[in-house]
Ligand binder design. Sequence first.
Ligand SMILES: [Zn+2]
Length: 281
Amino acid sequence: MLQATLKEPFTLKGLGVHSGKECSVTVYPAEEDNGIIFKLKNSQSVIKGNFSNVSDTRMCTQISNTEGQSLKTIEHLVAALYGLKISNAFIEVNGGEIPILDGSAKPFASEINKIGVKQQSKNRKIIKIIKKVKVTDNEKYEELSSGDSFTFNIKCDFVKKGLLTSEINFDLNKDNFYENIAPARTFGFISDVEILRKNNLALGASLENTVVYDNYGKPMNAGGLRFENESVKHKLLDVIGDLSLSGYWIQGHFSAFCPSHKLNNILLKLLFSNPENYEIL
Ligand SMILES: [Zn+2]
């Protein structure tokens, strides 16, 4: 697989789901071996899109640099870039947060598809999983093991919230990320909304950018769901975004029960903690 970037830049504007304020993002093409680099507008320093810079995983994936600058909610944008095989981009953000838009990666993916992907001449760096790594959090777990492609098996259990258990299997090299995963939206439960509001969290969240389930597990959004298993697909979208922060294309198999931003980050830290776990190709 060759490295790739965008043919031209694009800009998107919208609300930050956490701040509730208007913000914007411009994604520019970048040179080979640049990786994914972020910069806050009116600042000189950058924040590399790398798992080692993840500073908060409670509601979204936030990255920070040593100057104390932070950027929230990068996961859907980096998932769109990774899912569409873009390895190099320079991203400028105004407002401290990537806009939530419709709560999925579709607006980013559509822009990338419209503009087009430019293949570069160097090969993309691949990390091949050699030894299985596994992290757990009560009954939740995530693991990366060896495999020929980059495949996923994710199960979620929302029975207590009124939803059926759901599962997804996906191959990021072969299956259609743009059609099947990018449109899956962020979701939440009406039972949690009051707690979030009381704590001044998710101030920009609304039915415009979040699937909200009622106490019976029914979506409250006017148009209903985009996929029957939209929520587990969104979990996969978040996993793809968070694992993209490895800085490599991954060759291996990911499996999880109830994955989270927190476990996604701990899993990468564990993977890179021992060079026997992987090989760089
Ligand atoms: Zn998400």
